[in-house]
Unconditional design. Structure first.
Length: 243
């Protein structure tokens, strides 16, 4: 079955070698807090919170840290001024980049993001300038291991409402529509599957290669600097990198 394995592999490798584990947990905690603010602290009645918790667990975020984030969101004034803002633009060589942020100062965040796009040969654009090149998909990644049968996983995923399953060297990737993501994730969770990733992603429809080493270096630096910004939650791009 078809998939988008190149992008998923890029993202997993990046997260596996990322030494800034604390920063990842901070972002996951902020995502949990935003979900609580929007729908309340009870995961049973808040699907966005359930999904945020599942994403955090897939990233090995400790349970006590997850609970602290939920409790912190209930504090007076917590996240009152936080806005979720998405920025879009083109990077070196024309790669498409989407930057999702959660900020209490949109002018600061926009200025920082624009600075790095300009510095590394990119161009920050208007809303919608690159998002049409991506599909929003639920992505559930299951590691190939003893006891995980591809045929069983495919049948159970499709019965739960998944759209597709892709087999990679080390992983199975289950794709869903955003609307069916929670139901599929919860169904597979009840079947005993453990997830390497479980979240809604912006999946590129087509990818762009950068054959020029100078452009590749600029693209790496742009993405790295954007990732290091405190307000940035997620970065999606369509750069097809070599294995």
């Amino acid at each position: 079955m078809s998939g988008h394995s190149k992008w998923a592999n890029i993202r997993r490798r990046k997260e596996k070698v990322d030494a800034q584990r604390g920063k990842i947990f901070t972002r996951l905690g902020r995502e949990i807090m935003i979900a609580v603010k929007e729908g309340g602290p009870d995961p049973e009645n808040n699907s966005k919170l359930r999904d945020a918790i599942a994403k955090a667990k897939a990233a090995n975020m400790p349970n006590d840290s997850i609970l602290r984030s939920i409790k912190k969101a209930g504090g007076e004034g917590a996240l009152d001024n936080i806005e979720e803002i998405t920025y879009e633009g083109y990077g070196p060589g024309g790669i498409a980049i989407i930057v999702e942020t959660a900020t209490d100062n949109r002018n600061r965040t926009a200025g920082e993001i624009r600075h790095y796009f300009d510095k590394y040969g990119g161009n920050l654009g208007q809303t919608g300038c690159v998002s049409f090149m991506f599909d929003k998909k639920g992505v559930i990644v299951v590691e190939k291991a003893d006891g995980v049968n591809e045929d069983d996983l495919m049948i159970e995923a499709l019965e739960a409402g998944a759209e597709d399953l892709d087999s990679e060297n080390e992983y199975y990737e289950v794709l869903t529509s955003p609307e069916n993501f929670s139901a599929v994730r919860e169904a597979l969770e009840k079947k005993g599957y453990a997830f390497v990733e479980a979240e809604i992603q912006m999946v590129p429809v087509t990818t762009t290669r950068l054959d020029d080493p100078a452009l590749r270096e600029k693209a790496e630096k742009l993405i790295e600097n954007l990732e290091n910004l405190d307000d940035v939650q997620n970065i999606w791009h369509n750069w097809e990198q070599d294995e």
